[in-house]
Ligand binder design. Structure first.
Ligand SMILES: C[S@@+](CC[C@H](N)C(=O)[O-])C[C@H]1O[C@@H](n2cnc3c(N)ncnc32)[C@H](O)[C@@H]1O
Length: 208
């Protein structure tokens, strides 16, 4: 496995051409959860890639335990290495899982479900030809919405009472995702914009 070491904000991360390379704005996730944190927080990150988001959350907050999942075993090997290199492996457990498939909702529920899933439309692939990340980390069926919809549909079963789902998506998907979440018993709280002023993540809750 050919890999590189990159400086990533306050952290060093190993990356590889076989794994999605984290983008500069992943800190949007720790900023979003900061004001919502409880005294103790159980978090699941779906599709962790190099582990960048989970590692930044583990570095920023004390009172948390994270399960970080991916379907790509190479990603999980790299993410584990990165967690050890950044001295947060005691806070993150890595699991190979197709979204929630290996997580038993009867045994485990979460205060936060966070995810940056593949959300680009396969129809628009030609516009993203410069991206070198693996296709299954970028593109999703149904105009980019299929994986987001799978995650939303299951999330309500995995949330503790008064808890949150935070999803990264394209700005033009905001309304469709809001509607889909509402139809799956999740209330829209807010969207947070990226540095260019576009909606980048949306926060939902099972608090009605
Ligand atoms: C856009 S990348 C995000 C990676 C990382 N969270 C980040 O922001 O740097 C999406 C990730 O979801 C993973 N993924 C794709 N389909 C999946 C599935 N069905 N179950 C779990 N993970 C999946 C990919 O392997 C990839 O690591």
């Amino acid at each position: 496995m050919k890999s590189n070491l990159i400086e990533f904000g306050k952290y060093k991360l190993k990356t590889s051409k076989d794994v999605f390379s984290p983008r500069v704005d992943i800190e949007i996730f720790p900023k979003a959860i900061k004001k919502l944190l409880k005294s103790y927080n159980k978090i699941i990150e779906l599709g962790t890639g190099t582990g960048a988001i989970s590692i930044s959350i583990a570095k920023n907050f004390e009172n948390i335990d994270i399960i970080a999942t991916d379907i790509n075993q190479t990603a999980l090997t790299i993410a584990k290495y990165n967690a050890e290199m950044n001295k947060v492996s005691d806070k993150i457990k890595f699991i190979n899982s197709n979204w929630f498939s290996k997580i038993d909702a009867k045994k485990e529920k979460f205060d936060f479900i966070i995810t940056n899933p593949p959300y680009l439309s396969k129809k628009n692939k030609i516009y993203y030809s410069e991206l070198i990340d693996p296709d299954n980390s970028l593109y999703s069926d149904n105009d980019g919405l299929a994986d987001i919809q799978k995650i939303i549909k299951k999330s309500v079963h995995y949330l503790k009472d008064n808890s949150y789902l935070i999803i990264e998506h394209s700005h033009y998907q905001t309304l469709l995702i809001k509607e889909y979440a509402y139809n799956n018993n999740l209330k829209y709280i807010e969207s947070i914009k990226d540095d260019l002023g576009f909606n980048r993540i949306s926060i939902f809750s099972n608090i009605f």
